[in-house]
Write a protein that binds this ligand. Structure first.
Ligand SMILES: Nc1ncnc2c1ncn2[C@@H]1O[C@H](COP(=O)(O)OP(=O)(O)OP(=O)(O)O)[C@@H](O)[C@H]1O
Ligand SMILES: [Mg+2]
Length: 273
């Protein structure tokens, strides 16, 4: 966590994290930690591509997140934010560029392969099974695991107590903010090395948004780097170590969250003045 942008928000429990993906800067024997110096933990590097045979949506677009940090992607509707996330998750073919996770080139992996490699992804839409109970959603999240995941589920319930209370209810009956907690919890069930969230606060009230951001900070504190797209740009940049403004599939501005918030041009064009 650089710069302490979010101060004392969130807790410091690291136990939910996959130890191999924990946001520690200390190189541990056997993990090749030193190899990653100067390289982001997850990077979609100069990605160019679009959907199927359609036109390119992304143009040499680069987004990344470092160990122990929160990176935020903002930009106008249709800028390609979700497309960049999907490209990193392997849901569209990049014509050029690459995706690297923890020093490994994963450009050729399927989305499921990327989950196996340590990616947790919460897409912008259809991110829960509405007819399944909260607990069944979490169990579905653990689909790639062959070990006992009850400990992880207990950690998810610690992080999101309301989910424990409502664990037997169909997820579709929950409020918007609670559904997003289910979606994040589901992604955490694989013990990801990195978490990607596409608009986790979409459609919720400002109070619920603040709560969700606090939960997201807590997840980051457990050692899981977070790359997220946010519509609530100002609030998101306030908790961001790194920010990316995308416009028409291109990087328009990149800096620390604070730098972007303080940039007159970024403020005028993307943050409402
Ligand atoms: N499945 C798809 N097939 C073809 N084109 C798509 C598809 N999804 C998105 N697009 C196009 O890609 C461009 C970027 O869309 P994208 O959803 O990535 O934007 P966004 O920045 O996430 O916008 P929003 O803020 O509305 O979520 C748009 O022109 C959109 O029409
Ligand atoms: Mg989007």
């Amino acid at each position: 966590m650089s710069g302490g942008a979010y101060g004392d928000r969130g807790n410091k429990d690291r136990s939910i994290a996959n130890p191999d993906g924990a946001g520690t800067l200390v190189a541990r024997p056997g993990t090749g930690g030193a190899r990653h110096t100067g390289e982001a933990f997850l990077i979609g590097d100069t990605m160019t591509g679009g959907y199927g045979a359609g036109p390119d949506i992304l143009h040499e677009c680069t987004v990344a997140v470092n160990r122990g940090e929160i990176a935020v992607i903002v930009g106008p509707n249709g800028a390609g934010k979700s497309t960049a996330m999907k490209a990193i998750f392997g849901m569209l073919d990049v014509r050029s560029g690459s995706v690297r996770l923890d020093g490994q080139d994963i450009t050729g992996l399927s989305p499921q392969g990327r989950v196996g490699a340590g990616m947790g992804f919460v897409p912008q839409t259809s991110n829960i099974f509405t007819s399944l109970s909260v607990e069944e959603n979490l169990e579905m999240g653990a689909f790639i695991r062959r070990d006992d995941f009850s400990g992880t589920m207990a950690q998810v319930y610690d992080l999101f107590p309301i989910l424990k209370e409502k664990r037997h209810q169909p997820a579709g009956e929950l409020s918007g903010g609670q559904r997003q907690q289910v979606a994040v919890g589901r992604a955490l069930m694989t013990q990801p090395k990195v978490l990607m969230l596409d608009e986790p606060t979409a459609g919720v009230s400002p109070i619920v948004m603040d709560e969700l951001f606090d939960r997201i900070i807590e997840v980051a504190r457990t050692g899981i780097p977070i790359l997220m797209v946010e519509q609530n740009a100002r609030q998101a940049l306030e908790i961001a170590d790194k920010g990316y403004v995308l416009v028409q599939g291109r990087n328009a501005y990149t800096g620390s969250g604070r730098e972007l918030l303080d940039d007159d041009e970024v403020r005028r064009s993307f943050l409402g003045g």
